[in-house]
Design a protein around this ligand. Structure first.
Ligand code: NAP
Length: 249
């Protein structure tokens, strides 16, 4: 039997990029999956349909994780349609890059709402369901940029550093319920998030990566799969996957 057979995973921002690779990795281990998206309805529904034809129960759930009612409604819908909740991957994230003096309050709040507040809303809503299931695992996708920042990213860097702090603090509270929480901190990964950068910036980023290349979404998903399927004595930690960039979080 597949290791996650009979279990249910909710992945926020599961329609594209890293989240999509995580959905595929967990479904590949037998989990039923809730695929959250905010705009990419076709991508999320196509992915869910593909799993359904192979016998995996899968639903696509639209919700803006930065809006508390929508985040909570998404968690409740996952449980009402798939029956339980064992794993939550807080992956949805955005950037709104600008030099600090040009950054508006709206740029700041938009990034905090999705990256940080969304992580809190989804986690808080998931905990009672995980307690009911006898335990669970939560993975928060942070970033190398929580520790080593880039110019023009004070909002993004702050949100990602805060996710690591959130992970340390929440994990302490959750062990008593048999729920673990860890953060995964990717380096630069080839996804849509990176598609807008100039060739000059790409060269700059590459020069900072000792292994000399960007990572893939699958390389992040494989660590998430490992933490969920194989690692049972780790909580409150931040794991870096970044081609050798040295960080101290
Ligand atoms: P991506 O390709 O831009 O995909 C972002 C995903 O998040 C999409 O599925 C998107 O849904 C979803 N999303 C955006 N806003 C949302 C909201 N308000 N509510 C719900 N879902 C929302 O990004 P990615 O590169 O895969 O990044 C995934 C995570 O990894 C993010 O947290 C990011 O900060 C982090 N990360 C990425 C990198 C990198 O280099 N790519 C490095 C470090 C960390 P729609 O498809 O519906 O728009």
């Amino acid at each position: 039997m597949a290791p996650l057979s009979g279990k249910v995973a909710l992945v926020t921002g599961g329609s594209r990029g890293i989240g999509r690779a995580i959905v595929e990795a967990l479904a590949g281990q037998g989990a039923d999956v809730a695929i959250n998206y905010v705009q990419s309805a076709a991508e999320a529904q196509d992915l869910a349909s593909r799993f359904q034809t192979s016998g995996t129960r899968a639903i696509a759930v639209q919700a803006n994780v930065g809006i508390e009612d929508e985040a909570r409604g998404m968690v409740d819908r996952t449980v009402s349609e798939l029956g339980r909740l064992d794993f939550l991957v807080n992956n949805a994230g955005i950037g709104r890059d600008r030099a600090i003096q040009n950054m508006t309050g709206e740029d700041w709040r938009a990034v905090m709402d999705v990256n940080l507040n969304g992580t809190f809303y989804c986690t808080s809503a998931a905990i009672p369901h995980m307690i009911e299931a006898g335990g669970g695992k939560i993975i928060n996708i942070a970033s190398v940029l929580g520790a080593l920042s880039n110019l023009g990213q004070v909002n993004y860097a702050t949100s990602k550093a805060a996710i690591v702090g959130f992970t340390h603090a929440a994990a302490m509270e959750l062990t008593r319920y048999n729920i673990s929480m860890n953060a995964v901190c990717p380096g630069f990964i080839e996804t849509d998030m990176m598609s807008g950068i100039t060739d000059r910036k790409r060269e700059q980023f590459l020069s900072r990566i000792p292994m000399g290349r960007f990572g893939t979404a699958e390389e992040i998903a494989s660590l998430v799969r490992y933490l969920i399927v194989e690692q049972h004595w780790s909580t409150g930690q931040a794991f870096s996957v970044n081609g050798g960039q040295y960080v101290t979080i």
